[in-house]
Design a protein around this ligand. Structure first.
Ligand SMILES: Cc1cc2nc3c(=O)[nH]c(=O)nc-3n(C[C@H](O)[C@H](O)[C@H](O)COP(=O)(O)OP(=O)(O)OC[C@H]3O[C@@H](n4cnc5c(N)ncnc54)[C@H](O)[C@@H]3O)c2cc1C
Length: 492
């Protein structure tokens, strides 16, 4: 556990409902659990605790965060957290407003001398925490960050030059050497002053697309291990119809499950079976993108590679709409987009293909796609989403080179060989013969009639020609590179 140096000021005068011991505010953010929670354990070890969650309008109101399914999932996670805290003796206090005002106000109400939270990496989180820290220190209240949503803290692995990693494989090697922390058991009992709470009605009510909370997450993890999928992951993870992945991304996103809990469950704290390494390695991508955003916050606004901040995009709104609604005429891309719109989750392979179609075929700025994913995904996570988009667009860290453009038809033939995934999500194509399922526009008229899928009426022809647009995309990237180089030369 990280060293804990919170101030231990003398007890405040006793007031009704407020303990004489110094109270600690445990400010929950992306860590909605009580088990394996270093910050909560540290807070509880000091004495009375107020468990706080702040509905921050800057986050909940931002258009790319208005994701109804994610917010429903968040609400259910918060309800589960409240129930787990109540079992231990306190309730979750919910307050709405700017954290820089709300957190110090709650700390004053509780006569707290310390606020504890886990760390976060987005530029907004840094600004928010700096403002909260400054406001608290004006009231002589401490603010400590203990642990975080990642297995290895983003700044811990500095690399040989001390500047961090830009390439995944060396990052993974270093990451894999860091031992998995032992479990931190949840505090048995919690006490603390009882403060009024706003309730959760600012979040949409309704059944989230997947069951939420630590027990549901645990059940998903156990099924993934017991059913053997974790051992087949290396072979199955890209097969779209088989869906051989863990579906733990939303649990990890909200912190109802910690990556260390996942690691211990698969045996990464002991001798990890070789069959499980591919899955463990995939979890390192999550830390890699957080590591990256922490060291290069500018990626939140644009390409990591400066030359690609000026690509000449078309940004055609009609094409962007077609992509959003799953009617580009590229079946795998459309299936992925419809899966996401319907369930709030999309298979990783489909995410890569859908992203590539938007950027390299439709010539739309990847940031439009990034925002659309954030509006839809239950697991929508600023660092992972940004990393995935920049990887696919070829503008980020350890990215696919810009000239390597996914062919949506070949990808579909390889990873959805029977077309089962496409048929599930694009029902107009359900009766299209296997040999045309990924290129339905090649059916002759009679086959279209027999399949009940007339191209242009029941399902669109591709909105662009892949071969032509591929060359165009490569030319635009080259052009951006050339313009950037010329400007640098002129400035030198
Ligand atoms: C364009 C694009 C956008 C993406 N946006 C997000 C996002 O907003 N949130 C998100 O969690 N993941 C994102 N990913 C990564 C990945 O697609 C999802 O994490 C994965 O599909 C979630 O399903 P799973 O839990 O079954 O994953 P599994 O395959 O079972 O992997 C286990 C866990 O490892 C992590 N992980 C796996 N692959 C990646 C990856 N490539 N990058 C980072 N972490 C990974 C996730 O936490 C995941 O839950 C994106 C990928 C792309 C290409």
């Amino acid at each position: 556990m990280a060293p804990f140096s919170g101030p231990r000021t003398p007890a405040h005068a006793t007031i009704p409902g407020v303990s004489a011991d110094p109270t600690t505010i445990m400010w929950f953010r992306r860590d909605l659990r009580v088990d394996d929670h270093p910050a909560l354990a540290a807070a509880a070890s000091r004495g009375p605790v107020v468990a706080l969650w702040v509905a921050d309008p800057a986050l909940l109101g931002a258009s790319h965060h208005r994701a109804p399914m994610r917010l429903m999932f968040l609400r259910a996670c918060l309800e589960a957290l409240d129930a787990a805290l109540a079992e231990r003796g306190v309730h979750l206090v919910v307050r709405s407003g700017d954290p820089a005002a709300v957190v110090p106000a709650v700390a004053r109400e509780a006569r707290a001398d310390l606020v504890v939270a886990t760390s976060d990496v987005t530029p907004y989180a840094h600004r928010r925490d700096a403002a909260v820290g400054a406001a608290l220190s004006a009231d002589e209240i401490g603010f400590e960050r203990v642990g975080g949503p990642w297995r290895v803290p983003p700044d811990e692995l500095a690399g040989s030059k001390g500047t961090g990693y830009l390439v995944f494989t060396p990052f993974w090697r270093a990451w894999d050497q860091v031992p998995v922390e032992p479990r931190i058991t949840p505090p048995d009992g919690l006490t603390g002053p009882v403060l009024p709470s706003d309730g959760l009605d600012m979040l949409p009510q309704g059944d989230p697309p997947i069951a939420a909370g630590p027990s549901a997450a645990r059940a998903r993890l156990e099924e993934f291990i017991r059913g053997g999928a974790v051992d087949r992951y290396g072979e199955d993870r890209d097969l779209l119809a088989d869906d051989g992945t863990s579906h733990l991304s939303a649990d990890l996103r909200m912190g109802v499950l910690s990556p260390a809990q996942v690691g211990r469950a698969i045996g990464a704290d002991r001798d990890l079976a070789a069959t499980r390494v591919p899955f463990w390695r995939q979890l390192a991508w999550r830390d890699f993108y957080a590591h990256h955003m922490s060291r290069h916050p500018e990626v939140a606004d644009g390409a990591l590679k400066p030359s690609y901040r000026e690509i000449d995009w078309d940004d055609d709104p009609a094409l962007l709409d077609a992509w959003r609604e799953g009617r580009t005429g590229f079946p795998l891309c459309d299936a992925g987009m419809r899966q996401m719109q319907a369930t709030g989750w999309m298979h990783n392979r489909a995410r890569m293909v859908a992203a590539s179609v938007l950027v390299k075929d439709l010539l739309v700025d990847w940031r439009h796609g990034e925002a659309e994913f954030m509006r839809c995904l239950v697991d929508g996570d600023p660092a992972n989403n940004n990393g995935g988009w920049q990887w696919t667009a070829g503008t980020g860290t350890d990215a696919a080179p810009y000239f390597r453009v996914f062919n949506p038809v070949l990808q579909a033939k390889r990873f959805d060989p029977t077309g089962a995934y496409v048929r599930r999500w694009v029902p107009e194509l359900a009766n299209v013969p296997d040999r045309f399922i990924h290129e339905p526009w090649r059916m002759d008229e009679q086959t279209q009639q027999e399949a009940g899928c007339v191209i242009g009426r029941d399902y669109p022809a591709p909105v662009v020609d892949h071969a032509i647009r591929r060359d165009e995309a490569i030319a635009r990237y080259k052009d951006a590179d050339a313009r950037y180089a010329a400007r640098r030369e002129a400035a030198a």
